[in-house]
Design a protein around this ligand. Structure first.
Ligand SMILES: *Cc1c(COP(=O)(O)O)cnc(C)c1O
Length: 694
């Protein structure tokens, strides 16, 4: 028995388990109730599991042979034979890519993410692992994570913080040879800033997390990494010093020498400063030569057209914390600040991390085609005199890690119809054409099961068995409650919503979930409005708000909704990825033509809301988009869902489900995204070749 226990623990210590449906099923089968209680954390499950239960359940569920099989598969996986990377990653096989990000969303049991940026980083790591592309993630360990959310009786968002017990997550402290904990140190004008290093396994790759809670730090600094996006500008800047500068030093301390540095969003841009410092010190280069050299090997991805999404620091604050690093580069204050300024001569301009990143990378990219355009316009002043189309910012559209977001039921279904090796080739469009062979009724039946599971899930969370209908058209809307995402657009005209929701023959129900940043009062007001309407007799039981949105809630929603509503104010949504997760599970998108949907929608694979024109007055635009949303729902979505043939199958709806899978699943997979990064960014950077962005 103790063998079994230690084998289970071994599996739990590599996040690989979290995207293997059969392995997840082992943990769940040990104790389904406890599995939910521990929020799908296998290490915690194993700690809490009674020996007696383990013995009994392993007999009943043939756990032992399943565990042996899982371990064999893990070890095969780790050997990494025959991967895409082995054939195509060239110099990166010898020296990995370092991928720096302020958030990583690997799994709900390691809450060091807030939203899409983090989930994307997690998916990036997993896809790199699956493809055999050596890539090491570098981030921060926020022991309290991002806030947890409760909605009180009045609909107000209450924020609270949990604390991750390091014994309950698969992290290990990095140790020096003498056995002491490794630390990194960064000089700042107020003294050295220290951090310990945690490592965790994500398939074949590692994620390294820095933690300022170590001896030697001031009390303030030891709390520096406690919370994600929880502090003021000073905390933010010092976190970014740890991420960028500390991050590269941590890699060095671990003996990892990356060939490429990928800065995921501006938060990690100070990595360039550290890279330059090192080249100057170690190779005696001038600042300019070192900068050129570092830029050649640096890749930057920008993630938002929203102004407030770009970190900017007051010049005094920047100097107060970066002054020591600046002196190491031999720059005057003005020369240094110019690295983060659009106009180097403007002494008032704040120091912007995005600008620093753009000035010190070889290739920069937005995360969808439209976002590429918007970013070129947004930053064109950095390249005065160049026409917009020649601004060196391209795009690589985001994708999602298929096995992390696909429902296990469908996984088995696809394995049967697409062939057992489909998961190794999911970036290949040909693999997905097999979807067209599936019997409409069978696909529909599978989807119905998923919808009713989702209804059960929401009822359980709400402790209310009376809400929702398992057979009604079920729409989902879940994402951060940033106001540009317009969660309440659907509420612009309540009478029309009433008509949709309360139709006798063709009812609609809507699920919401998401957090508003603690300082975002308008975002919180959106949540309150949804909450209030869900209590309004007209909408009670038809609208539901699921609190504490996280990866686990996200999974449940994308598995079971019929359609996903996405109503950002164009062109503010850089990409958006939740709708891509829905596609994999046979759900349809009802979306403004923004972000990924602007390039994904082809007239047959989902629904468009409005057109591609924007009005300068946002109120006018909101009004038009609300009108378009009601029309699309009434005239297209509802009829397609409810018009059934004699066997009860909505042929038109299923036709769209299949079209969505065939045209979108491969294209918006993280595997396709990684291959794009490899060919268009990593390989040119690793080889010092010129860039090839469009
Ligand atoms: C996918 C996901 C997001 C990102 O969703 P967008 O559509 O990009 O806004 C945010 N949070 C969670 C928990 C997710 O799973």
């Amino acid at each position: 028995m103790s063998d079994l226990f230690s084998r289970l623990n071994q599996i739990a210590h590599n996040f690989w388990w979290s995207w293997q449906p059969e392995v997840m099923a082992i943990f769940r089968d040990l104790d389904p109730e406890l599995w939910n209680e521990v929020n799908h954390n296998p290490i915690l499950l194993l700690r809490r599991l009674e020996q007696e239960t383990l013995t009994r359940r392993s007999r009943e569920m043939s756990i032992e042979s399943r565990v042996l099989y899982a371990l064999r598969r893990l070890s095969e996986y780790l050997s990494g034979e025959g991967t895409y990377g082995k054939r195509n990653a060239g110099p990166i096989l010898a020296r990995p890519v370092a991928y720096l990000s302020a958030e990583f969303g690997i799994h709900e049991s390691l809450p060091v993410y807030a939203g899409g940026l983090g989930i994307l980083a997690g998916d990036h790591l997993k896809a790199a692992s699956d493809l055999g592309i050596p890539l090491v993630g570098v981030g921060l360990f926020y022991v309290e994570g991002y806030f947890r959310q409760q909605i009180d009786e009045k609909g107000h968002q209450k924020e609270f913080y949990g604390e991750t017990d390091v014994n309950h997550v698969p992290m290990r402290r990095a140790l020096a040879e003498c056995g002491r904990a490794l630390t990194v140190s960064v000089e700042t004008p107020s003294g050295p800033l220290l951090a310990g290093i945690w490592t965790t396994r994500v398939g074949r790759n590692s994620l390294i997390l820095l933690d300022s809670n170590v001896e030697g730090n001031s009390e303030e600094d030891s709390k520096l990494t406690a919370r994600l996006y929880g502090g003021d500008d000073e905390v933010r800047l010092r976190q970014e010093i740890l991420l960028g500068v500390g991050g590269l030093r941590a890699l060095d301390a671990l003996g990892i020498h990356p060939s490429v540095v990928h800065m995921n969003e501006g938060h990690s841009a100070l990595a360039s400063i550290e890279g330059i410092r090192r080249r100057m010190k170690e190779d005696g280069l001038s600042f300019e030569d070192a900068r050129r050299d570092v830029s050649l090997r640096t890749v930057f991805t920008t993630h938002t057209p929203v102004e407030a999404g770009h970190d900017r620091f007051e010049p005094e604050l920047a100097e107060a914390h970066l002054g020591t690093l600046r002196e190491d580069l031999g720059l005057t204050e003005q020369e240094f600040l110019a690295l983060g300024r659009v106009n180097p001569d403007d002494d008032e301009e704040r120091f912007c991390m995005t600008v620093l990143a753009l000035k010190t990378s070889r290739t920069a990219n937005g995360v969808s085609s439209l976002h590429g355009h918007v970013s070129r316009r947004m930053w064109r002043n950095l390249w005065p005199g160049r026409p917009e189309r020649e601004i060196p910012i391209g795009h690589i559209t985001n994708g999602v890690h298929v096995l992390s977001w696909l429902a296990p039921t469908l996984y088995r279904f696809y394995e049967r119809v697409l062939g057992p090796r489909w998961a190794h080739r999911m970036h290949d469009p040909d693999v997905w054409t097999g979807i067209l062979e599936i019997d409409d009724g069978e696909l529909w039946e599978a989807h119905q099961v998923m919808r009713s599971r989702l209804v059960d899930f929401v009822r359980r969370r709400a402790s209310d068995e009376s809400i929702l209908e398992p057979k009604s058209l079920t729409l989902g809307f879940a994402r951060r409650f940033a106001t540009y995402k317009r969660a309440t657009l659907m509420f612009s005209e309540l009478d029309r919503l009433d008509e949709l929701v309360n139709s006798e023959e063709r009812p609609v129900q809507i699920l919401f979930s998401g957090k508003a940043h603690p300082k975002d009062e308008p975002g919180k007001a959106f949540i309150k409005r949804i909450h209030d309407l869900s209590r309004d007799p007209r909408f009670a039981g038809k609208l539901a708000f699921v609190d504490d949105y996280d990866i686990g809630v996200g999974r449940a929603l994308v598995h079971g909704v019929d359609a996903w509503v996405n109503t950002p104010r164009r062109p503010m949504e850089a990409c958006g990825t939740s709708g891509q997760k829905v596609v994999l599970n046979g759900g349809l998108n009802i979306s403004i033509l923004d972000g990924w949907w602007a390039e994904a929608y082809d007239g047959t694979n989902g629904f468009a809301v409005g057109n591609d024109r924007c009005h300068a007055d946002p109120d006018v635009q909101d009004e038009r988009d609300a009108e378009a949303l009601y029309q699309t729902l009434r005239d297209q979505v509802v009829p397609a869902f409810y018009e059934r043939d004699e066997s009860g199958v909505p042929r038109e709806w299923v036709r769209r489900m299949k079209r969505a899978l065939v045209t979108l699943a491969w294209r918006f997979s993280a595997d396709r995204m990684l291959i794009d990064y490899l060919n268009r960014a990593y390989l040119p950077a690793a080889g010092g070749l010129s860039s090839s962005f469009d």
